[in-house]
Design a protein around this ligand. Sequence first.
Ligand code: PEP
Ligand code: MN
Length: 339
Amino acid sequence: MIIVMSNTADEAQIEAVIKQIKKQGLDANISRGTERTVIGAIGDERKLDGELLEALPGVEQALHIVKPYKIVAREWHKEDTVINISGVPLGGKEIQIIAGPCSVETPEQMALSAQAVKDAGCRLMRGGAFKPRSSPYTFQGTGYEGLAMLREAADKQGLPIVTELLDIRHLDKFMEYGVDVIQIGTRSMQNFELLKEVGKTNVPIILKRGMSATISEWLMAAEYIAASGNHNIIFCERGIRSFETYYRNVMDVTAIPVLKKATHLPVIVDPSHAGGKAWMVPALSRAAIAAGADGLLVEAHPVPCEAWCDADQALNPTELVDLMGQLRGIAKVIGREIQ
Ligand code: PEP
Ligand code: MN
């Protein structure tokens, strides 16, 4: 059972609910989100009287959720959650396109990237400082220097930043740099300790789907973050493994409506890591937006053939502008908008 406290509930009211749960022989998980506190009752729920809990002051609703994921479930939160990313809304009527290079390379490359992202009309910028590469002998990212380069270039254009966190030990520095969105990559989706740690912050999290993860596993991974207190989670479909080798991954379009039904949280798509080739990105992007995605995470580079990482899949500045134009048309048809 989850007990959703009203957003005006005070500490004493939260304590009274916990006391009541414990009195009935169950344990309580307290998830203090920025908007509201959600208390999960752990144990034999048949012992719990929901009506009694609902009668307590400060309780908005007490409901039994059958699914193993609870806080992220749409069942208790029928409306779409809109996440505020340093002033940019994600999950509402406005679709957000997050663009930027796979990896942060040099100050010049970052300045040109940020300019291109801004000129195309995107409101958020991506860039990896720590790169999870398949081979230990390839470029591993520019690390903290990269983080500084990303921050500086994006700040000049007034763009909030998205960057991947690979290791708990980097989290303090991410907070110091005021990373606006922490990306958890496909390879880390089930790194539960990492999920718990980012769950203790209130920084919005992009949780990419594990390349072989089922929808349920993905939802449960998000629940780890939510259970620790961070309810600002954005799901990102980035393609899954299949028998097909012609392209990098299979973009699971079906996951978009399925997730939108299962969760109140925003769902975005990364068409770049799905296709793996720049020429596939526009078609995949159009499909994702038409299917109801709340945004995209797209790789773009000032000179793609010179990119240090994922050169084949990066859009050049002209292609990014062109893509934005196409997506604005689709957004309009489905009653949404792109700035
Ligand atoms: C990335 O976004 O640069 C990245 C490494 O993505 P993924 O985790 O989806 O492979
Ligand atoms: Mn990449």
